[in-house]
Design a protein around this ligand. Structure first.
Ligand code: NAD
Ligand code: TDX
Length: 339
């Protein structure tokens, strides 16, 4: 099979490429990435020379470029990870989120229709369901939960999901959608909670916790997400949505304290800052469907996954220090400067 993986120079896409090349060496992977601020070619250096891997620098909104690539590669499967993915940036400037997340998804699916495809898989997010109240721990997101978004980011992802389902119903495109909870692991860009806190701890900088730190996220080790995605593209039913999550809910403040402890840093680094606008309170996935249909269960316990992640950031300082010392500094100043 030839599989186009978009957004493969980002966090989850790169981990997915490593997983696929290791588990399915018979397949060919073509990575398409625009290399935005979040895309990092050095992440892919260990697979660059492999004969069954190709990297193409391309914007998924570039219709001509995408069609040309489909003509050349005749892919069997497309897995779309490419997206603007950070909620805070979407609050600062929504426009590029609409462009990449919605228009880009449309371009990819038009190419799939034009050249034929066995499967188009859309990597969506649990954020399309909005949030759950803290005082109802009995509630979880199922695939039937109505879409009810809070941020420009999640709205753009929900818009893409609706378009994907419309292409299935109207044009018979063989699609699947997955909606995963918060991922953590190696190669996550340091603007996101866990790597930001690890990097700041290691640099003895303040740890900016939004609001009171009571918001709850359902954390999944990235490799478990990759495995679930692989199962869905091979055995998932066309036209279906699959939620992915490991019943691992944690409050932000508890994650930050845990990172302090693991790195031997004092909790006085924790600084409570102005809350995120429209901040979702709690995400919690019910993964019963993917478990029942595809036998998927998460394999990495949080205690083990977070330790592995912290160790990775400790041993790959060059990877993230290059990021935090560059353009990211301006972002950080804008986002946290007088918060
Ligand atoms: P990321 O920001 O780390 O990576 C996104 C990648 O997409 C980058 O390499 C970037 O260069 C590329 N990209 C952006 N715009 C592009 C364009 N127009 N054309 C081609 N490439 C482009 O994101 P991530 O955390 O790896 O998330 C990947 C996907 O998974 C996203 O679709 C996101 O919505 C979804 N998701 C993420 C999480 C999470 O916790 N990180 C959870 C659920 C779902
Ligand atoms: O500095 C911070 N301080 C803080 O308190 C940052 C960056 C975050 N937070 C809080 C906000 C959230 O409640 O931590 C929580 C996690 O924040 P993010 O890492 O920004 O993730 P989240 O907003 O939950 O969205 C993530 O999960 C779903 C991904 O970024 C999305 O791409 C994915 O779809």
């Amino acid at each position: 099979m030839t599989i186009i993986v978009t957004g493969g120079a980002g966090f989850i896409g790169a981990n997915f490429i490593f997983y696929m090349l290791r588990e399915h060496p018979e397949d060919r992977i073509v990575c398409v990435d625009k290399l935005t601020y979040a895309g990092n070619l050095s992440t892919l250096k260990e697979v660059m020379g492999k004969p069954n891997f190709r990297f193409v620098k391309l914007d998924i909104c570039d219709r001509e470029g995408v069609y040309r690539l489909f003509e050349e590669e005749k892919p069997d499967v497309v897995v779309n990870f490419a997206a603007e993915s950070h909620v805070d940036r979407s609050i600062e400037d929504p426009s590029v989120f609409l462009q990449t997340n919605i228009i880009g998804t449309g371009v990819l699916m038009d190419a799939c229709r034009k050249y034929g495809i066995e499967r188009y898989h859309q990597v969506s997010t649990d954020e399309v369901y909005g949030d759950l109240p803290l005082d109802r721990p009995d509630l979880f997101f199922t695939e039937e939960t109505p879409l009810h978004t809070s941020s420009p980011y999640s709205s753009s992802k929900a818009g893409a999901d609706l378009l994907v389902m419309a292409y299935h119903r109207t044009f018979g495109l063989p699609v699947t959608i997955s909606r995963c909870s918060n991922n953590y692991g190696p190669y996550q860009f340091p603007e996101k909670l866990i790597p930001l806190m690890i990097a700041n701890c290691l640099n003895d900088r303040p740890l900016p916790v939004y609001g009171r730190g009571l918001n709850v996220r359902d954390w999944l080790y990235v490799e478990d997400h990759c495995k679930a995605t692989d199962l869905i593209i091979r055995r998932g039913r066309v036209g279906e949505v699959y939620n992915i999550g490991g019943h691992n809910e944690m409050r932000n403040i508890d994650i930050v304290r845990l990172i302090c402890r693991a790195l031997g840093k004092p909790e006085r680094l924790i600084t409570y800052v102005t809350d995120r606008k429209g901040h979702d309170m709690r995400y919690a996935i019910d993964p019963a469907k993917i478990h029942a249909e595809l036998g998927w269960l998460p394999e990495t316990r949080f205690a083990e996954g977070i330790q592995r992640t912290i160790d990775w950031y400790l041993t790959h300082r060059d990877w993230w220090e290059e990021i935090v010392s560059g353009e990211y500094q301006h972002y950080y100043e804008r986002m946290y400067g007088d918060r």
